[in-house]
Write a protein that binds this ligand. Structure first.
Ligand SMILES: Cc1cc2nc3c(=O)[nH]c(=O)nc-3n(C[C@H](O)[C@H](O)[C@H](O)COP(=O)(O)OP(=O)(O)OC[C@H]3O[C@@H](n4cnc5c(N)ncnc54)[C@H](O)[C@@H]3O)c2cc1C
Length: 259
């Protein structure tokens, strides 16, 4: 089975994130880049399926030069090879452009299954997997907490508010996973060493046959018009209890329309 897993490099979850004054896009150099947390689950799922069924796992990313570190991390977890789409004209791409670029990169490579995380922690749009499925004409099985492949069919448990729905499709198909699906492995020392020798195909937009007019900030359907730093936290109100603390708190809550 040929499996592709799409991973995104995002600013470290715990870092203070800022937008650039020049074009209001995320300042990616201001924080360390890490693999989007949910994509670690996607990589783990791809590896478990390939280990159980036999097959090859290709990790795919679109991102700046240093996103290569994220490809290496997936390779050190056990993926076999990587594809890194990197080009200055990709800067500022929105979800539509990202899905176009990823779909064109995945197209024609004979993947049986394409696995995504269900959302990125920097933009949280949670739309790229569905958009890529639509562009590739693949069945989309999103928000999976369990994935099973038997023969040429894939079945997932799709998380819902009430529990889960069982959704099934024939391969090739696209799946996105939630964090309940597995427990991602840590790269071993052996895995880290082996990753250095694994092949990574680096593509420009010309190599991938992409139309520059559909990519980047100028082609984006959304824009940030203005932004401001979060105001510093105001000092809280201290209620001194001189036997009437309860009444004072009730007055405060009532004044602010909490009760
Ligand atoms: C507040 C805000 C402001 C924004 N401002 C702008 C703006 O000014 N201009 C603009 O053009 N866009 C803007 N965007 C859009 C945003 O930057 C892109 O839409 C975003 O990169 C793609 O959506 P996502 O990362 O949220 O993907 P999601 O749909 O949340 O990602 C789901 C999964 O898709 C895969 N995936 C996503 N991206 C990649 C990737 N690059 N490579 C490989 N796999 C990937 C991963 O598996 C991921 O888990 C803004 C978004 C927000 C929330």
């Amino acid at each position: 089975m040929k499996i592709a897993v799409c991973v995104k490099q995002v600013p470290d979850t715990w870092a203070e994130k800022t937008l650039q004054a020049s074009d209001s896009t995320l300042d990616r150099d201001a924080a360390d880049g890490v693999m989007n947390e949910l994509d670690e689950y996607a990589v783990e799922e791809a590896l478990q399926l390939a280990e159980a069924q036999g097959g090859e796992v290709t990790v795919v990313t679109m991102g700046p030069e240093r996103a290569a570190e994220t490809v290496r991390k997936a390779l050190s977890m056990g993926a076999d090879n990587g594809i890194h789409l990197v080009d200055a004209s990709l800067h500022g791409s929105d979800a539509l452009a990202t899905s176009y670029a990823l779909a064109e990169t995945l197209k024609g490579r004979g993947f049986d299954l394409v696995i995504f995380g269900s959302e990125s922690t920097d933009a949280r749009m949670s739309v790229v997997p569905a958009m890529v499925a639509e562009r590739l004409g693949l069945p989309q099985l999103t928000f999976a907490q369990k994935v099973e492949v038997v023969g040429d069919r894939v079945t997932i448990q799709r998380v819902s508010e009430a529990g889960y729905d069982t959704v099934e499709a024939s391969l090739p198909a696209l799946v996105s996973v939630v964090e309940k699906v597995n427990e991602p492995r840590y790269p071993s020392f052996k895995g880290i060493m082996a990753a250095k020798k694994k092949p990574v195909e680096t593509l420009s937009i010309a190599d991938a046959g992409l139309d520059a007019a559909k990519l980047g900030l100028s082609a984006a359907w959304s824009s940030v018009e203005d932004f401001a730093a979060r105001p510093p936290k105001a000092a809280g109100t201290v209620v001194t209890d001189a036997g009437d603390g309860g009444a004072k708190i009730a007055d405060y809550l009532s004044e602010h329309k909490f009760i």
